[in-house]
Design a protein around this ligand. Structure first.
Ligand code: HEM
Length: 418
């Protein structure tokens, strides 16, 4: 990657998806406060700047996430197709989206509202609630692995890393097992609509899956209000607490869990498998000592981060270690680049399962630090403890087939060599 190329870097582009790391290096070394030529987005790639931006939530507003992921929703700019999509959504969901301010959720909110809402949802993610899921996770994983044991072709993505988090989140929410495939479909559609190929389709691509999901979730929420169970939705609508979420907020939060919780964990498991298959000596270490699995998972989070970038918008002019940003600037924060910064991680392009990379930023940092981090870590641990002993010893790097997203990094499929 030459200086010229790195100066042309556009964060919301699919170019260089397969291997963004040389570009990240060039940005860190030659253009740490890069301004993308077409979009005008500022790009931060050094660890010190990325951490600084995430630490200063008041100066770096998460409105940037709303703006970059969903774009402007000005009714005056809409055409016939978008009005038709709005109308269909209205029929399904019995709600008119975007006519009033769209309900915000954690990841697009700033303090103080963010912190109030976070307190409510934290109730559903206590260490005790997460730890209690481990036995069920082992059962789910054992079910997934039976295919491999019976000698059938095994695709790590299709047969393990997709079904595990989808099943766990659906069961946490108290959703029927029969709707699991719908969950995956909604989650895929929302990701593609916000950061992948369907972005071009605009509003209709977001509203179709959301309308279906909303109509289904309305029923579940109504049932839990009448008759609470021991599930996450019941915890969130529990009227015994003064602070609860209203229906719009609840729906937005469930949508966020589906997108933020499913795809990311799927990608972590797939990326870990891919990294082990292409580093046989590291695989041998983990096979020889399964207690290395947690450290290997942290190393995967650092080495090939499932969330490659976040967005923010500056609320005022601000001085960063790499230079000054004006007020109202759109900023792309490259977690994937910060996690390979040699200032913080020695020999950062080396995948080292014994590294234990403290301080990696794969789950973000500060007030928005990932709500599901312990859940994701536990799911990945349970999955990899079962999968690692089954991985082939020879270097068997399949050609990676990446998912359709510039923001998330993961694989569409990863078939194990027979
Ligand atoms: C390997 C898996 C995961 C990765 C890499 C990941 C990554 C992240 C990152 C980078 C953020 C920060 C966003 C920001 O600062 O704007 C975040 C926030 C969040 N994550 Fe995760 N996540 C993962 C799994 C999960 C799971 C399993 C759940 C829930 C089931 C979840 C729910 C959330 C929520 C609700 C937020 C917003 C928190 C807030 O704004 O206060 N994530 N995640």
């Amino acid at each position: 990657m030459s200086l010229k190329d790195s100066l042309e870097y556009e964060p919301m582009s699919a170019e260089g998806w397969e291997d963004p790391y040389p570009t990240y290096r060039a940005l860190r070394e030659q253009a740490p406060l890069h301004r993308a030529p077409e979009s005008g987005i500022y790009v931060l790639s050094r660890y010190a700047d990325v951490e600084f931006a995430l630490r200063h939530a008041n100066e770096f507003s998460s409105n940037g996430m709303e703006k970059m992921l969903f774009g402007s929703r000005d009714l005056a700019d809409m055409g016939f197709r978008e009005y038709r999509a709005l109308f269909r959504f209205f029929i399904r969901a019995r709600q008119i989206p975007f006519l009033h301010e769209r309900p915000r959720t954690l990841v697009t909110l700033d303090p103080p509202r963010h912190d109030e809402m976070r307190q409510v949802v934290n109730r559903g993610f206590t260490p005790r609630r997460i730890a209690a899921l481990e036995a069920r996770m082992r059962e789910i994983v054992a079910g997934c692995m039976s295919r491999l044991e019976s000698g059938e072709p095994f695709d790590v993505v299709r047969d393990l890393s997709i079904p595990l988090p989808v099943t766990v989140i659906a069961e946490m929410l108290g959703v029927e097992a029969e709707r699991m495939n719908d969950f995956k479909r909604w989650s895929d559609a929302l990701i593609s609509a916000s950061s992948g190929a369907d972005r071009e389709r605009g509003l209709p691509a977001v509203l179709e899956p959301m309308g279906e999901m909303r109509s289904y979730m309305r029923r579940v929420v109504r049932e839990r209000r009448k008759q609470p169970k021991d599930d996450l939705i019941s915890v969130l609508v529990d009227s015994a607490h003064a602070e609860t979420l209203n229906e719009d907020e609840l729906f937005s939060f469930i949508t966020l869990l589906l997108v933020a919780g499913n795809e990311t964990t799927t990608n972590l498991i797939s990326n870990a498998t891919m990294a082990l298959l292409s580093h046989p000596e590291e695989l041998a270490k983990v096979k020889g000592d399964l207690s290395l699995v947690p450290s290997m998972i942290e190393e995967t989070l650092r080495y090939d981060s499932p969330v490659q970038m976040l967005f923010r918008q500056t609320t005022q002019e601000i001085e960063l270690p790499c230079g000054k940003l004006p007020a109202d600037a759109d900023v792309a924060i490259l977690l994937g680049a910060a996690n390979r910064d040699p200032e913080v991680f020695e020999d950062p392009d080396r995948f080292d399962v014994t590294r234990n990379p403290r301080g990696h930023l794969a789950f973000g940092f500060g007030v928005h630090f990932c709500l599901g981090a312990s859940l994701a870590r536990l799911e990945a641990k349970v999955a990899m403890e079962a999968l690692v002993p089954e991985l082939p010893d020879v270097e068997a790097t399949p050609t990676p087939d990446f998912i359709d997203s510039y923001m998330l990094r993961g694989l569409r499929s990863l078939e194990l060599p027979a």
